[in-house]
Every structure is written in structure tokens, then in C-alpha cells.
Design a protein around this ligand. Sequence first.
Ligand code: AMP
Length: 215
Amino acid sequence: MIEQKYKMIILGPPASGKGTQAEFLAKKLNLPTISAGQLLREEVDKDSEIGREIKDYMEKGELVPNRFTNELVKARLEKDDCSDGFISDGFPRIRIQAKFLDTFVDLTQAIVIRVSDEEVERRLAGRRICSKCGKVYHLEFNPPLKENACECGGKLELREDDTPQAIHQRLKIYHEETEEVADYYQEKGILIEINGEQSIEKVKKEVFNKLKIKS
Ligand code: AMP
């Protein structure tokens, strides 16, 4: 039997559960999850000149220019651990990035998790992120075992771009730019649409079913 390779991306508005579902898939399929946002945050943490520039965009909820993002993601996806597949969370977010990705990867699936703006705003209020490993929790829906602490021991924090203003900007970009990326993959025939307004477990079930993976 030829083993199926999964070179997937996950799309969705902020707090749609992309990262959570990417982790489920990564664990099940033994694949790395590549988060563009996390790669960028690591760059910011280096406090380099580039990092400071990137931080400015991220804090406002704006997209980081392609001249930083594209090469960072490409270098990561070209590492050995991605050669048998990967799950990309947050890249591409605009059509030009999707075209860039096409130049070096043959994607097998694009998953889009649909969630309304009202639900996004409700969810973001409780979101916390580990300052050490980047794992995402939600105080209500996916709470940490220990209060304010990640399983890795890191401290949980509110993300700087989870302010109301930044959230508004990120949703605007999602509707104006990222939804178009879903259309792009629809035209290619690899789009899988998921109803994100269900419990985490039910979303997981829908994702696995549609990918024909046993949960
Ligand atoms: P995320 O962790 O996916 O919510 O991304 C957080 C922030 O990182 C976004 O609001 C953008 O500022 C930046 N970012 C993430 N992915 C991209 C991308 N593909 N292109 C440009 N900026 C990005």
C-alpha cells in the first residue's frame, strides 16, 4: 500500500481552532505543525532589527510583509522533518502567498474552519498562550491543568494582538484577503470545509472524517 502523504494547510479566522486541530492532526499523523504566527513570534523574541519591525505589524493585527514571512516559512517547510508531510497553520493567508507556496510544495488538502465573527470575539476573550512553547489554551473550552501554567511549565499570557482593536483588524483582513485563499483552493479541488462552531471534539471528528482518517 502506498502511504498517503499529507501536505496540508489550515485556514480560518483568529480563534477558529486552527492551531488546536493542527495539533490533533500532527499527533495522529506524526507530522510537524508549522505555525507562521509562531515562527514570526520567535523572530520577535530575538529582538533583532527585523524582529522589532515584525512586532510592529503583529501588535496592530496587520499582516507581516511577504519579504519577511515567505522566506521564513519556506526555510521551515524545506527542513527534513517536513519531507513526509506537514500541517501549515496560518500560511498562506493571502492569494500571493498561496501562489508562492505552489512554487515549492504540492499541497494535498486545504482545510478551512468556518466560524462567525461573533463567536471569534467571544472566544478570543478567554484565549491564553504559553510564553515558552506557544501552546494555546482557552480558559473555558480548553483550560490548562494547572492555573496559568502550560504543561511544559511555561507561563500563560494574553497575546498582544488579542486586543479589541487588533482583533477587529485581523477579522477585516480575514474577510478581505484570506477567504479568497479558500476560494483559490476550492478552484483547485482540494478544499475541505469544516463547521468550527461545534465543540473541539466534534470539530476534530469532522476533520478526521473528511480526511478519511480513523480517530
Ligand atoms: P496567528 O498566530 O496565526 O494568529 O498569527 C499572528 C499574527 O502573525 C498575524 O496577525 C500576523 O500579524 C502574523 N502572521 C501570521 N501568519 C502570517 C502570514 N501568513 N502572513 C503575514 N503575516 C502573518
